[in-house]
Design a binder for this molecule. Structure first.
Ligand SMILES: Nc1ncnc2c1ncn2[C@@H]1O[C@H](COP(=O)(O)OP(=O)(O)OP(=O)(O)O)[C@@H](O)[C@H]1O
Length: 321
């Protein structure tokens, strides 16, 4: 664990009937964007809910900002808890206060927004939320409402999915968090809003002391934002893998002929016959060298697309990465 460790997770597990998430262990460092990829139902939302104290894990521990001053022995308390009255403070309540203080540095944008059916507008939502966040940035709130063209006085109940997502994004960024936890943040957005959201996320990261943990299925978001990738499959987490290193270590090679036992070539992960033949390798140097010895020329070479990489890493269960 370093000074810049933002989140430490050890053996975190949750059981829902037949489905088991975990045990998950991982460490996230400040200043990076961590992208979680996983198929539908692989457990991304469940993991995020545990990280945000909405769902209780069966076992394991998690700790946000573990290097911060006070000792922490339990999962963080809820985001909306009211600060304790000063006269009620005991050593235990001081610890709870530390947990609350840590929670205020994390903004969670869930996949499904559970907006109370109170006829609230975005402005009502803001009014309810900002007193809990001492670092609330109202200039940021107003700027984003204008930038995304929202009417923050309109009742949100009948708003589109995309509009609700934008509203949640504005609330999350206006908290001036150190960490953004985003569950499929751009689902339902139009291409213009999507482009602006990517710009805003890049701007958020530009100071160098912020961190994003996000789940997405969108390859372009992984390509543009991701520093590290985590792959979630059947409740198991593989990674984090440094994105560029991972991309470098896997390659597609095209060859005009295949040796008899192409699957046995060093690094070979998949072989597709065609014109030309296609070889997927997790060790491009070793595969090229072996082909060269056999007198087989590589006619083209390219990185794998992230979705194909995901498939291979999961099949390899994260080994040899
Ligand atoms: N409250 C719950 N009660 C029972 N089972 C649940 C509950 N929440 C999630 N599950 C189950 O846990 C598994 C993982 O669901 P989860 O929503 O975490 O997946 P996901 O990766 O976020 O999926 P998607 O990409 O479709 O959003 C699923 O089998 C789901 O049915």
């Amino acid at each position: 664990m370093s000074e810049q460790t933002v989140l430490e997770v050890k053996n975190l597990a949750k059981l829902y009937g037949e489905f088991q998430l975990g045990p998950v262990s991982m460490m996230l460092e400040e200043g990076y964007v961590y992208v979680i990829m996983g198929r539908n139902g692989s457990g991304k939302t469940t993991l995020f809910r545990m990280l945000n104290a909405i769902v209780q894990p069966e076992r394991g521990m998690l700790e946000w900002f573990p290097a911060a001053a006070a000792p922490v022995t339990e999962a963080p308390s809820g985001q909306n808890s009211r600060p304790a009255a000063p006269e009620n403070r005991t050593p235990a309540s001081a610890e709870v206060e530390t947990l609350r203080e840590k929670r205020r540095r994390i903004a969670y944008m869930p996949d499904e927004l559970d907006i109370p059916d109170l006829g609230w507008s975005l402005r009502d939502w803001r009014d309810a939320v900002f007193p809990f966040f001492p670092a609330w940035d109202d200039a940021c709130y107003r700027r984003l409402v204008g930038r995304y063209g929202l009417d923050d006085r309109k009742a949100m109940r009948k708003s589109s999915k995309g509009t609700k997502k934008l509203a949640a994004f504005i609330i999350a960024l206006s908290q001036s968090p150190r960490v953004l936890v985003l569950d499929e943040p751009s689902a339902g957005l139009d291409p213009f809003s999507w482009k602006m959201m990517l710009e805003d996320l890049s701007a958020f990261m530009s100071a160098g002391d912020k961190t994003i943990l996000m789940a997405t299925h969108i390859i372009e978001e992984i390509r543009r934002l991701g520093d590290y990738l985590l792959f979630l499959e059947n409740g198991k987490v593989h990674g984090p893998f440094e994105k560029d290193a991972l991309s470098e270590s896997w390659r597609t090679l095209w060859v005009s002929e295949l040796p008899a036992s192409a699957e046995a070539l060093p690094g070979a992960a998949a072989v597709e016959k065609g014109t030309p033949h296609r070889l997927v390798t997790r060790s491009p140097g070793a595969t090229r060298e072996a082909l060269e010895k056999l007198g087989i020329a590589v006619t083209d070479e390219r990185p794998l697309e992230w979705d194909e990489l995901f498939w291979h890493v999961v099949r390899n269960k994260g080994k040899d990465m």
